[in-house]
Design a protein around this ligand. Structure first.
Ligand code: HEM
Length: 278
């Protein structure tokens, strides 16, 4: 079988996907180059590409829910869950590098660290995390700091979800709706009661319940990444300090209880206390 090449050379795989640009972006710091440093760089680059996609998807899902398009919002959350699962699995590949190999080139990448990933931080912010320590860390990087301050003023995905519930006629307290978005939201008992009512009327509110379960899936897969990452860190560097300046394992362990959708988790404490369907 002969495959005829296209006559229009305006666009081809290379110029569309920019493969040459992509494969020229791996610049190891070790000299002579430690082979596994390529694995380390490419893994991080793949993460950043997916973070980019996640940022685009998050923007899209915010637009969808603002326009009351529940099923599209739900689809986008599901896509994020699948990307996050892939990101969790990717650590398996990085863990084929031994701690010994990593420690040969680790000093060369100091003081760089995943801690400084702006895309990761912006994702955390879109989903509602507000961390003073992160803002402080980036104070000297004026442009990123300004972007973070801006991002923190915006309502999170969960705030937009609550606005949607208000439009559907559910009761969400004024002080939650009009809160200062730059402060960490700690959850609200009234919001949890409203969500409980939704969960208790499964037949009536099934699409809402499914969307909230997908949000919880996302929170759970993100938390699993934190867990996988800290285990990998312990495996690679024990309890040594991180290249970014934190205490390493101890610092990362303190982030394991972070959750985006506090009320969705809290409502689990209320489920089962009232009979089903009431
Ligand atoms: C050998 C592999 C890795 C090691 C030993 C490692 C180590 C660390 C350490 C010690 C920290 C704490 C901050 C610091 O003091 O540097 C950290 C934070 C972080 N790393 Fe990694 N890391 C590895 C791979 C990755 C990969 C593949 C990613 C993907 C992007 C990543 C993303 C992050 C992020 C986002 C943080 C900030 C987490 C937070 O503050 O909640 N790391 N890493």
């Amino acid at each position: 079988m002969t495959i005829t090449p296209p006559t229009d050379s305006r666009l081809d795989y290379e110029s569309y996907i920019r493969v040459r640009d992509l494969v020229s972006l791996q610049k190891p710091e070790s000299s002579p180059v430690v082979h596994d440093e390529y694995l380390f760089i490419i893994t991080h680059q793949a993460y950043e590409l997916w973070f980019r996609m996640m940022a685009l998807e998050t923007k899209e899902l915010c637009r969808e829910i603002e326009q009351d398009r529940l099923s599209r919002f739900h689809d986008s959350i599901n896509r994020l869950v699948k990307i996050q699962k892939l990101l969790n699995q990717q650590l398996d590949i990085l863990e084929t590098m031994t701690a010994h190999e990593f420690n040969i080139f680790r000093d060369h990448l100091r003081p760089a660290s995943g801690f400084q990933s702006d895309q990761f931080r912006l994702l955390e912010m879109s989903f509602g995390l507000r961390k003073e320590s992160v803002l402080k860390y980036f104070e000297r990087k004026k442009d990123i700091h300004a972007t973070f301050l801006d991002a923190q003023k915006k309502p999170s995905v969960f705030d937009l979800w609550l606005r949607y519930l208000v439009r559907l006629g559910f009761k969400i307290p004024e002080d939650v709706q009009k809160r200062d978005f730059s402060k960490q939201y700690e959850g609200s008992e009234t919001v949890q009661k409203t969500i409980l009512e939704i969960y208790q009327k499964r037949d009536e509110y099934y699409p809402l319940i499914q969307a909230m379960e997908a949000m919880l899936d996302f929170d759970e897969t993100f938390a699993l990444w934190r867990y996988r990452h800290v285990l990998m860190v312990q495996r690679m560097i024990g309890v040594h300090r991180g290249t970014g300046g934190s205490s390493g394992f101890n610092y990362l362990s303190s982030t394991l209880s972070l959750r985006f959708f506090t009320d969705l988790w809290q409502v689990r404490n209320l489920l089962g206390t009232t009979p089903y369907g009431e």
